[in-house]
Design a protein around this ligand. Structure first.
Ligand SMILES: Nc1ncnc2c1ncn2[C@@H]1O[C@H](COP(=O)(O)OP(=O)(O)O)[C@@H](O)[C@H]1O
Ligand SMILES: [Mg+2]
Length: 312
């Protein structure tokens, strides 16, 4: 395995209202990886990212970034990292081009106009480059934040939901650009709710839930070792599971997805007996289904199963 760019060690954060947003998070982000940090709302993703951005103070724990301690060597770390926070906040008196030049200055770099123009072009801000940032739409401001995180050519880019609220086509182009940035050697860590896209783009993944890491590995390994199969049964399209039904089938971790009853089978190797057992359990309870089949879990299925398991 390649050496990590970032090692998060036992990071804890309790907010002043007593909310424990991170409960000892440890993560390792390999150099050059395209890393997805996933989790349901409120899992603690933004808290972790805001700690890296220096806008939230951790309660305890440490982060090592390329051999530098993130908390005692802040300046060095900031100079080598770009962070796009979830919340958009801008000084409304400058144009995108001015913002990008200024940010270079903050890192002690002379603005590289060729690179700034490329960023404006690729992030589809070129025609708005000389407008006041006040006039930009929410989506444009978010893209300007991405440009701002890349302008000093950092070794690590951290993006908190960069594509939230961005339409499909633009989202695809933004991902494509991130892929190019990653291919040129920059490590990318991002959060997103688009699990299908994360599965396609990212080579590493961590899932956090309620302040704990519940899975962390290469995407391949997660899909190979943690993903299993499930039996789906169609009864009616508008079906909902009642609590008593769930209880009766709880050993199969039942859920309703798109009107289908889904029962988790043996995770690693599907055995006939499990399939029959699941099918028979459903049939005894609900009668014969209209249709049924077996499917391999994708990232979204694994995500839903693991984050639901935490609740039960
Ligand atoms: N400033 C804050 N003060 C108190 N609680 C907070 C604050 N920010 C976040 N939280 C709480 O911490 C938990 C984690 O939030 P967050 O890191 O934003 O999660 P995510 O980004 O995964 O949705 C949530 O329960 C949230 O309500
Ligand atoms: Mg968040």
């Amino acid at each position: 395995m390649t050496s990590p760019v970032l090692s998060v060690n036992q990071l804890c954060k309790a907010y002043s209202n007593g909310k424990e947003a991170l409960k000892g998070v440890s993560l390792s982000v390999p150099e050059g990886s395209f890393f997805a940090l996933l989790g349901p709302n409120g899992a603690g993703k933004s808290t972790l990212i805001n700690i890296m951005a220096d806008t939230v103070l951790p309660t305890s724990g440490s982060i090592d970034f390329l051999g530098h301690d993130m908390f005692s060597e802040r300046l060095w770390c900031k100079g080598n990292m770009g962070v796009v926070p979830q919340e958009v906040a801008f000084d409304p008196f400058f144009t995108p081009r001015e913002v990008l030049s200024m940010v270079c200055g903050l890192y002690g770099q002379k603005p590289d106009m060729k690179w700034i123009n490329e960023l404006l072009e690729r992030l589809e801000l070129a025609e708005h480059a000389n407008k006041n940032t006040r006039q930009l739409s929410g989506g444009m401001r978010r893209r300007l934040l991405v440009a701002q995180a890349l302008v000093h050519r950092p070794r690590l880019v951290v993006l908190d939901e960069p594509t939230a609220g961005v339409d499909v086509e633009l989202r695809k182009r933004l991902w494509e650009y991130m892929r190019e940035i990653n291919a040129s050697g920059t490590t990318i860590l991002l959060t997103t709710h688009y699990l299908e896209e994360a599965e396609e783009l990212c080579d590493h993944v961590a899932i956090i839930d309620r302040g704990n890491v519940i899975a962390s590995s290469s995407m391949k390994k997660l899909l190979h070792e943690v993903a299993g199969s499930y039996l789906w049964l169609r009864y009616r399209d508008d079906w909902e599971l009642a609590a008593t039904d769930v209880e009766a089938l709880s050993e199969f971790n039942p859920r309703i997805d798109d009107g289908l009853l889904c029962l988790t089978l043996n995770r690693i190797d599907l055995q006939q007996s499990t399939f029959h057992h699941a099918y028979e359990s459903a049939r005894l309870r609900f009668g014969p289904p209209l249709d049924a089949g077996v499917c391999q879990e994708d990232l979204e299925d694994v995500f839903l199963r693991l984050t639901r398991e935490q609740i039960i």
